[in-house]
Design a binder for this molecule. Structure first.
Ligand SMILES: [Zn+2]
Length: 493
């Protein structure tokens, strides 16, 4: 199973899909660059998110700053409690996550929120040593995971931080957005962007990195109206994959059941879970590999009243892609307290601080899960069957040879479609080799220009998934590509 993980790392490295940032300078752990193919696929996942979640929920979107003043994180609680337990080897001075060191030896899951003394006890009782030099481990400490910065000339210390999650600017700018956007509750506000966490030991490439991208939606609502949901009927029979605390296995439950059996706090919450699961179906991830895992009290973030981690089964095990959190009025209240600004809303002549339901998605992990579920084989060669709307290119244009005007003809075809579609031109190596490379990169359509094209102004189109081929006029390409993107079968007509 872990083979898939290695295959993706190899493919990523070989084709420049993603790779360590600033590799020539010896790169820092946990920072990754994306090449053209990688960034194209990511952009398309974001576009799909914007379609399904932002437009689907009627959300407004904002683009907030990465560097935010210290006060924001006083209000959010990050300065005080956003910390991981860390132990230092007294001999080689390497640092480790205390929970991971203990977990690796005891082979059991340890809650990271356990008090430091408890870690020290476990390390002593089980005689746990430094994994790399077998030296003694020191005392467990709490390490704040925010990356501090100084903005401007300041006397001492950090006056700002790189945001550890994108949602804080949504909370801090909430009132500004409400007053200027002509909106009412329930109000979803979304943001996609980079966040930063100083992970003690970044690992598994994109799955735990220090710089990552989030697609977050915070839905502000009146808690008295949690059961009001006009679009509920459109999803009520849709089946959710629920992993309840009280059950051993994942259960299929309709959205209606999840609501009426009071599995979640309200009607609109059941609806939001459906919106989340449907998005990942559209990403091409099989439903049987999904689950909403109910989190126990001590595993939830301190601000959350109810949490459903949306997880996908990958070769690395169940991977959390989304945190669905009921953040109540915690955020707006604390931002209000620290800033002295009233963040309440008046509705039906009643003044209250809105509650928040959060759909917090990780783009990097989603990218990984999409990649892994699309990666298959044909005749022993890799084939990346991405949904067409997530493919890095809509098509690749391939001249059969690089001479006799065939290349010029191919450039002409490329120019005809390059502005309205994501298209690549490639004249390197044999045509067979090129087909294999673009199958591997998930490009749904290959357009080949040959000697016949010079006379007849036509070309061969080839389907990635079936390897079927067909002869069409070059002038038809824009229409064919447009139809292909709509999901039509362009090979059977
Ligand atoms: Zn050591």
């Amino acid at each position: 199973m872990a083979e898939d993980y290695d295959r993706i790392q190899n493919l990523a490295d070989q084709r420049g899909i993603f790779f360590p940032a600033a590799e020539i300078h010896g790169s820092l752990a946990g920072f990754w660059d994306f090449g053209h193919t990688g960034s194209n696929i990511r952009r398309k996942i974001v576009e799909l998110w914007r379609r399904d979640i932002v437009r689907g929920l009627g959300s407004i979107e904002m683009d907030g700053c990465i560097i935010l003043p210290k006060q924001v994180f006083q209000a959010s609680g990050h300065l005080k409690s956003f910390a991981d337990p860390v132990v230092l080897c007294t001999k080689c001075k390497k640092s480790y996550r205390a929970d991971k060191v203990v977990e690796d030896v005891l082979k059991t899951e340890i809650p990271e929120a356990m008090p430091s003394e408890k870690f020290d006890e476990m390390i002593k009782d089980n005689n746990i040593k430094c994994p790399s030099c077998k030296g003694s481990l020191g005392k467990t400490d709490k390490f704040n995971m925010m990356i501090g910065v100084t903005a401007g000339v300041v006397a001492e210390g950090y006056n700002a931080y790189l945001r550890p999650e994108t949602c804080q600017s949504i909370f801090a700018s909430f009132m500004k957005l409400v007053k200027t956007s002509r909106v009412s509750l329930p109000l979803p506000i979304s943001q996609v962007g980079k966040s930063f966490r100083n992970e003690i030991s970044p690992r598994q490439s994109l799955l735990r990195s220090r710089e990552f991208t989030q697609m977050e939606t915070e839905i502000f609502f009146n808690p008295k109206k949690i059961d009001e949901c006009p679009d509920f009927d459109s999803v009520k029979d849709y089946k959710l994959k629920m992993k309840l605390l009280s059950e051993k296995d994942v259960k299929d439950m309709t959205v209606e059941e999840v609501y009426t059996k009071k599995i979640v706090s309200g009607k609109s919450i059941a609806y939001y879970l459906a919106v989340c699961q449907k998005f990942f179906e559209h990403c091409g991830i099989p439903v049987e590999k999904m689950r909403f895992r109910e989190l126990e009290d001590d595993a939830r973030a301190f601000y959350s009243k109810e949490t459903w981690d949306f997880e996908v089964l990958t070769s690395t095990g169940w991977l959390e892609l989304v945190a669905n959190n009921y953040r109540t009025d915690y955020d707006l209240k604390s931002h209000s307290d620290v800033s002295g600004t009233d963040l309440s809303i008046t509705e039906d002549e009643e003044k209250f601080v809105p509650h928040v339901w959060e759909i917090s998605m990780g783009l990097d992990r989603t990218f990984y899960a999409v990649f892994e579920s699309a990666l298959g084989e044909r005749d022993g060669k890799p084939l990346l069957s991405l949904p067409r709307y997530l493919a890095p290119y809509d098509a690749v244009v391939l001249p059969l040879v690089r001479k006799d005007g065939v290349d010029d003809k191919a450039r002409g075809a490329f120019n005809l479609i390059k502005l309205d579609f994501d298209v690549k031109y490639d004249e390197k190596q044999s045509i067979g080799k090129r087909y294999l490379i673009y199958d591997e990169l998930g490009v749904p359509l290959a357009v080949t220009i040959d000697y016949d094209s010079l006379e007849k102004n036509d070309c061969t189109i080839r389907d990635r998934d079936t390897a079927k081929q067909k002869r069409v006029q070059i002038s038809e390409l824009p229409e064919i590509l447009a139809r292909m993107k709509k999901g039509e079968d362009i090979f059977n007509d």
